[in-house]
Design a protein around this ligand. Structure first.
Ligand code: SF4
Ligand code: SF4
Length: 318
């Protein structure tokens, strides 16, 4: 980002007056970003705020982090316009609701403007660890049950996008938030080149390429969806993994592990321990159900649980 920013009025003269930007000169545009800790909610809202500021708008942003660990609810309000008096979006006043997690999206629907609000939601499901009371393989987990069609029917304009899968296809599941930002970028109508410029300035240099591609894919997806591309009509009912279908792999980053013991104490199957160097390790892989509780509860992002599908020729897991 460099050079003096044009004012909102200069910007309006320099480019076609898309409805959202024109509206921002009359009253603030309200964007609510929600998700759970570790998904990049704050990054998304910061990028929107920076871009709006760069365009000459007054911006107010407020955010609530979760419990400083993954799994806690996180939300951020971004408001921009010629004049913005309050940093928080009143109930029923959000122009856009961007949700990085399915159930979190549903929880905030009443913040959307009933007649014009746009809902953009990842179908990614992150089941709160403590809702998994039945830990048998294949057991249904406590989670919202609404279908995508039921949810979309409740809002003026809604999109359910499998952003996490798109990000995985790009080789980096952490850019799912930028796929959603790309979808928003098509609706907000700041120039595409400026979205890309600000992302390139903001993210680590080695991830610029994948982030820009994620932005473009999100943008393309929503442009197609607006022409009538069918969205997924349902999201799968989350369930405990079934052993015969996967191989559990724990990816541990030893240099991030602070030996706090939380994962060891909270693992329902008691299959973790700290080794001689006081770094976590999977002591009893045969007991691990792949429930991910250790991953969600680790405050230092030192653990990731992978469920690698077992190919038919490999047979059962253990
Ligand atoms: S995924 Fe983690 S918390 Fe769950 S059983 Fe395996 S080691 Fe324990
Ligand atoms: S992996 Fe995370 S939760 Fe487990 S001991 Fe290390 S820092 Fe603590």
């Amino acid at each position: 980002m460099s050079g003096p920013s044009p004012t909102a009025s200069e910007l309006a003269k320099a480019m076609p007056a898309p409805s959202t930007l024109a509206a921002a000169e009359q009253q603030p545009v309200n964007v609510l970003v929600v998700g759970v800790g570790g998904q990049g909610v704050i990054m998304v809202s910061k990028l929107i705020a920076l871009l709006a500021q760069q365009q000459g708008f007054e911006v107010k942003q407020s955010e609530v982090h979760g419990m400083a660990k993954r799994g806690g609810a996180v939300f951020s309000h971004v408001r921009f316009g010629e004049r913005v008096w309050s940093p928080t979006i009143p109930l029923g006043e959000a122009d856009f609701l961007i949700a990085l997690e399915w159930a979190e999206g549903l929880r905030w629907l009443n913040y959307l403007k009933p007649d014009t609000g746009v809902f953009i939601c990842d179908t990614k499901q992150i089941v709160p660890p403590f809702s998994c009371r039945d830990r048998r393989p294949g057991a249904a987990l406590g989670y919202v049950r609404e279908t995508v069609d039921e949810v979309i029917a409740k809002v003026a304009e809604g999109y359910a996008i499998d952003a996490t899968h798109m990000a995985e296809q790009l080789g980096n599941d952490r850019v799912a938030n930028v796929v959603l930002l790309g979808a928003l970028s098509a609706a907000l109508k700041f120039p595409a080149s400026q979205w890309e410029e600000i992302i390139a300035d903001f993210v680590p240099k080695k991830t610029v390429g994948v982030n820009i591609e994620a932005l473009r894919q999100g943008r393309r997806w929503i442009e197609e969806a607006r022409k009538g591309l069918p969205h997924p009509s349902t999201v799968p009912t989350p369930a405990m993994p079934v052993h015969a279908d996967y191989r559990v792999r724990l990816e541990i980053t030893p240099e991030w592990c602070k030996s706090c013991d939380i994962c060891v104490k909270m693992c329902p199957e008691r299959c973790l321990r700290l080794n001689a160097e006081r770094i976590v390790e999977l002591a009893s892989p045969e007991k691990c159900t792949g429930c991910r509780m250790c991953e969600w509860l680790c405050p230092d992002f030192a653990l990731r649980v992978h469920l690698d599908p077992v190919r038919a020729t490999e047979g059962a897991v253990r």
